[in-house]
Design a protein. Structure first.
Length: 94
């Protein structure tokens, strides 16, 4: 499954694409501020899935037409694009 990771904080916002492996893990590129480590502070991490039609064909089959097989608190429904997943968490970097 293709996902988009957004990291935002005070005067900072960056995004990276990633793919979820069969074991449920994923790795993104490192987030930085012009090549240097991010400042300590509170950041919001949001992980969201691409719409079903943009997923690989094998993933589309699992998700069903317009994501009808996606359920749970992280699933949201859009009339035009179908269901997607979105998860948000606040983190503190020291």
């Amino acid at each position: 499954m293709n996902i988009l990771i957004t990291l935002s904080g005070k005067n900072y916002m960056a995004q990276a694409k990633a793919q979820i492996a069969k074991d449920g893990s994923f790795i993104s590129e490192k987030f930085s501020s012009y090549g240097t480590a991010l400042k300590a502070g509170t950041y919001k991490v949001e992980i969201s899935s691409s719409i079903v039609s943009l997923q690989p064909v094998d993933v589309q089959k699992l998700l069903g037409s317009k994501g009808r097989n996606l359920v749970g608190m992280s699933a949201s429904d859009d009339f035009v694009n179908g269901k997607t997943l979105s998860y948000c968490k606040e983190i503190t970097m020291t």
